[in-house]
Design a protein around this ligand. Structure first.
Ligand SMILES: N[C@@H](CCC(=O)N[C@@H](CS)C(=O)NCC(=O)O)C(=O)O
Length: 279
């Protein structure tokens, strides 16, 4: 019997090979309780798991996309075995799949010890990687574009210009995070970007392109999540209260089911940035 395991905690996905249902299903809802049956703890993880039979899998798929689960190679957690790790580019792809209600299966990859099968699929050794029409495709820009073309509903339009609102935040965040000199202007440069974005959301929000979430939001959301955790941990820095539109934007994105289902654990984000901070 084919089974799918999903951790009851929505904060991270478990098992090396997951059939993930992306129907925004609250795992604690009565419907979920009907679809899922509790299984004993696996030997791999001490967390309780929920097991889904093939029969109920088929039932639930009819309410989402009638496509086989798409295979995605993703970074594995470095803190919790068999759990999704902390790559913002991978989360962007998973968010796109979630928002388009496409089912997917994760192949978790230990990036510190890349297996041969992975390097054959991804010679550069990078995640994310997705299998579309029997071809493995790398790079979150290319993947999200391909998904939009193949699965246009609901539409998640991508920015048509290189410098879209918020597109420089990630680079400025990394500069500030890596900086060892408090007077080198990197904090100011990040604040300037965040302030401009705050003004943009004030005038155009709640999302980057207005009322509907877009590919730009799904790209920026994971990066702001990393920014919040990494700067909070390594710099004791947080987004100032003077940027309320940015703050509420972050809250809006971070509280979506798609985000909760695909976000990395805080500890992994911290560990992921450690080499950049200490290097
Ligand atoms: N431009 C790529 C960047 C992907 C990327 O940098 N992935 C990182 C993880 S977040 C990676 O695979 N690094 C390989 C390694 O750490 O060895 C994309 O958008 O997909």
């Amino acid at each position: 019997m084919a089974t799918a395991r999903i951790t009851p905690s929505p904060s991270a996905l478990s098992t090396t090979f997951i059939k993930h249902l992306s129907c925004n299903l609250n795992l604690h809802s009565p419907i979920a309780r009907t679809l899922f049956t509790a299984a004993p703890n696996s030997t791999r993880s001490r967390r309780p798991t929920l097991r889904l039979t093939r029969k109920s899998f088929k039932v639930s798929m009819s309410s989402v996309h009638s496509t086989d689960p798409l295979e995605v190679c993703a970074k594995a957690s470095v803190t919790t075995p068999n759990t999704l790790g902390d790559c913002p580019f991978t989360q962007r792809v998973l968010l796109t799949l979630e928002e388009k209600h496409l089912p997917y299966e994760l192949k978790l990859v230990d990036l510190s010890n890349k297996p041969e099968w992975f390097l054959e699929l991804s010679p550069k050794g990078l995640v994310p990687l997705i299998k579309l029409d029997d071809k493995w495709i790398p790079d979150s820009d290319v993947i999200t574009e391909a998904l939009e073309e193949k699965f246009p509903e609901p539409p998640l339009p991508a920015p048509t210009v290189k410098d879209w609102p918020g597109s420089n935040i990630f680079r400025k965040f990394i500069d500030f995070l890596k900086s060892k000199n408090p007077n080198d202007g990197t904090e100011r440069a990040l604040l300037d970007e965040l302030t401009a974005f705050n003004g943009h959301i004030k005038d155009n929000g709640p999302f980057i392109y207005g009322d509907k979430i877009s590919a730009a939001d799904l790209s920026l959301g994971p990066k702001l999540y990393h920014l919040e955790i990494a700067l909070g941990h390594y710099k004791k820095w947080s987004v100032p209260d003077s940027l309320p539109y940015l703050k509420s934007y972050m809250e809006t994105i971070f509280s979506r089911d798609s985000f909760i289902n695909t976000r990395a654990q805080k500890e992994d984000v911290i560990e992921g940035w450690r080499p950049k901070v200490e290097g």
